[in-house]
Design a protein around this ligand. Structure first.
Ligand SMILES: Nc1nc2c(ncn2[C@@H]2O[C@H](COP(=O)(O)OP(=O)(O)OP(=O)(O)O)[C@@H](O)[C@H]2O)c(=O)[nH]1
Ligand SMILES: [Mg+2]
Length: 266
């Protein structure tokens, strides 16, 4: 597991000319790091928020999120790194944010938000290693600098987790599903959250017409013949890991729209 290394990140921000924070468009506030934003502010670095994976949410939703951040004074750019959408707009935002050349941007954010994929979008080929699930081979381990345009560089960083961030996101992004000692609790929370936003979720993902998270886990285990050897009961821990993996792989589909009438906290 990658421990949050704020010290290295702060040092990188200090040496950079600008900061790009990447959040997951499916749950922008759950994957947003206030602490990272605070570091950028502390060093007075121009800040751009990338709403990545917009291919996984409807257009009205990504638009609403861009408005949400814009109205709070944050420059936000919708991107789909894997579809190479938003590349020009992001580059434009970077060029406008930092005038001096060469310019180096730190790209940072929660694990698996697609930081390295954004670098690859600029490169046009797989240059930075990427991986679908926390802990699977390809996650970013160290700090690596990539040239993404004439005189413009991006420093890729490991996904460091803000301890004060969203509990569920920090748990499921912080460790490989196999390494979670109690995968059931976060999987149940994940299913509860997912069902709030997409009541037909289990039907779509698993063909299961149930809305109780425990029942869903049990049915997944039964269908896949996962049983505890000792008791013969359905192995809901294995099912829980599968559910978490399916969220990372976007098989478990839901998205969180912007809050309405929320007090503006900045
Ligand atoms: N659907 C979709 N998936 C994406 C997008 N960008 C990245 N991904 C996927 O998200 C997963 C994580 O991507 P990475 O680029 O490795 O994410 P990262 O933030 O660099 O991850 P760490 O280095 O582990 O922190 C991979 O499976 C990517 O294919 C996107 O725009 N849309
Ligand atoms: Mg990476």
């Amino acid at each position: 597991m990658l421990l949050a290394d704020w010290h290295s990140l702060a040092r990188a921000v200090k040496r950079s000319d600008g900061v790009i924070e990447v959040v997951d468009a499916r749950d922008p506030l759950g994957t947003r790091s206030r602490r990272l934003e605070g570091i950028a502010r502390a060093f007075n670095r121009p800040f751009i928020l990338v709403l990545n994976k917009v291919d996984l949410v409807p257009k009205w939703d990504s638009k609403a999120w861009i408005d949400y951040f814009s109205s709070r004074g944050i420059r936000a750019v919708p991107v789909s790194a894997i579809r190479r959408k938003g590349k020009e707009e992001l580059l434009k935002a970077m060029k406008e944010a930092v005038k001096e050349r060469p310019a180096t941007f730190v790209i940072a954010g929660y694990p698996k938000t697609g930081k390295s994929s954004i670098i690859n979008m600029f490169k046009g080929y797989r240059s930075a290693p990427t991986s679908p699930v926390p802990g699977s081979p390809g996650y970013t381990r160290g700090y690596t600098i990539y040239k993404v345009s004439q005189n413009i560089y991006i420093l890729d960083t490991p996904g460091t987790i803000p301890v004060e961030g969203d509990y569920l996101e920090s748990v499921i992004r912080g460790r490989a599903p196999e390494e979670l000692s109690d995968p059931v609790k976060p999987a149940v929370m994940l299913l509860e959250r997912a069902l709030t936003y997409n009541p037909n979720l289990a039907l779509r993902a698993y063909g299961i017409a149930e809305r109780d998270p425990y029942v869903i886990l049990e049915m997944i285990a039964r269908r896949r013949s996962w049983f505890y050897k000792s008791t013969g009961d359905p192995n809901i821990e294995e099912a829980a890991r599968a559910v978490i993996r399916d969220y990372h792989k976007a098989k478990l589909w839901f998205f969180v729209p912007p809050p309405v009438n929320e007090a503006r906290t900045g």
